[in-house]
Design a protein around this ligand. Structure first.
Ligand SMILES: NC(=O)c1ccc[n+]([C@@H]2O[C@H](COP(=O)([O-])OP(=O)(O)OC[C@H]3O[C@@H](n4cnc5c(N)ncnc54)[C@H](O)[C@@H]3O)[C@@H](O)[C@H]2O)c1
Length: 344
């Protein structure tokens, strides 16, 4: 298949491109390489995919030296160029991952979150519609499960009370996806992802900041006096799911070709146990600072894990990696690479 991956220099984007190349697909990746704090990490990920970072220039394709992969520095907000790219290259599928993330950050930049996550998704949907793309895949987030949703989170929960602009922008994008599936018969699959981690993770994600703080001897602040439960999902499980979904676009007679799945390991993990697992592999003590902040006040839930019944029944797939097995892989990667191939 010829596939467009947006957000290709990001954590999940990098792994997705890598996996799809290995599966024999031909890939074009786009990313605007935003955020000066993380641009070096994004360029390292791209160089691992055979892209020479020095050759990157706005809207000009750079060919990988090792794979069927072209990278273009392009913003999903640039509707004209996004439409042109899709019209010219006639992709079989679009995997739309580009986004800005983070509940706290989103409260400082509400319009940017809407412009990129919501309008950017609209641009990609419109490009898919006009170019007759056969399957549109979108990653939403567990954060859409707002005030009215309780663990384990199910797809049919009421998610119309988002608690942050990040959540609201993703929920709005989900609704646009449904609208395009219904109105234009565009096959769409959405994964609502729950706390994904693995090598080359996002620096602002919990696993990376935990590993960083332990390594640097800095305190790790845990809100709600240390009691939080999360569904940590290993990257390989997400990649397997993407492959399953890509090969199985939804076709339900008489209904829009639309499928939405909650994707997590479906195991509630106390946040402090997750920290302890990283601490053990790093072989250094974590300094925990319990903080009384109520998660709701910063757009977070106390307990959050996925009900994956729909994923198992409709897609015949379920994540398998337990954190006890996967965290040592992640933490060892961090130990081997932090201050060697990357810094934060
Ligand atoms: N990692 C997780 O735990 C998690 C959980 C839930 C949902 N998600 C979703 O998965 C997707 C990928 O997440 P990630 O963890 O890889 O994040 P990431 O920040 O590592 O990757 C996102 C990429 O999108 C790019 N991007 C941002 N704005 C852009 C724009 N306007 N045009 C083009 N590119 C742009 C960024 O440069 C970045 O490389 C996102 O949509 C995110 O909301 C991730």
């Amino acid at each position: 298949m010829k596939i467009l991956v947006t957000g290709a220099a990001g954590f999940i984007g990098y792994h997705t491109v890598n996996r799809l190349i290995n599966e024999g697909h031909s890939i074009v990746g786009i990313d605007n390489l935003c955020d000066p704090d993380t641009v070096d990490l994004k360029k390292i990920r791209l160089s691992l995919l055979g892209i020479n970072p020095d050759a990157i220039a706005d809207a000009r394709p750079v060919r990988s030296t090792i794979a069927q992969f072209d990278f273009i520095k392009l913003d999903v907000q640039d509707r004209e160029n996004v439409l042109r790219l899709c019209n010219d290259l006639r992709f079989d599928a679009i995997i739309h991952l580009a986004a800005v993330t983070g509940t706290t950050l989103s409260s400082n930049y509400p319009t940017a979150f809407y412009d990129i996550n919501t309008t950017g998704t609209l641009n990609m949907l419109e490009a898919a519609r006009l170019a007759n793309v056969k399957h549109f895949f979108f990653t939403s987030s567990s954060v859409v499960h707002g005030k009215l949703s309780h663990a384990p989170m199910e797809e049919q929960d009421d998610v119309d009370s988002p608690m942050s602009m990040y959540a609201g922008s993703k929920r709005a994008a989900e609704l646009l996806c449904y609208t395009y599936a219904h109105s234009y018969n565009l096959p769409i699959t959405i994964f609502r992802l729950f706390s994904v981690y693995g090598s080359w993770c996002r620096p602002n994600s919990a696993p990376m900041s935990i590993a960083y703080n332990i390594t640097e001897g800095k305190p790790i602040r845990v809100i709600n006096n240390g009691y939080l439960v999360r569904d940590f999902t290993y990257i390989d499980d997400v990649l397997d799911g993407v492959i399953f979904a890509l090969n199985t676009p939804s076709h339900k007679p008489g209904r829009a070709p639309y499928a939405l799945y909650n994707v997590g390991r479906s195991t509630p993990v106390p946040y402090l146990s997750f920290i302890q697992a990283i601490e053990t592999t790093l072989g250094m003590p974590a300094i925990i600072e319990r903080d009384s902040t109520d998660p709701f006040t910063i757009g977070e839930q106390v307990e959050m894990y996925a009900d994956t019944t729909r994923l198992e029944t409709e897609l015949a797939y379920s994540p398998v990696w337990d954190y006890e097995e996967a965290v040592p892989l992640f933490a060892q990667w961090f130990k081997d690479n932090y201050n060697v191939t990357f810094t934060i």
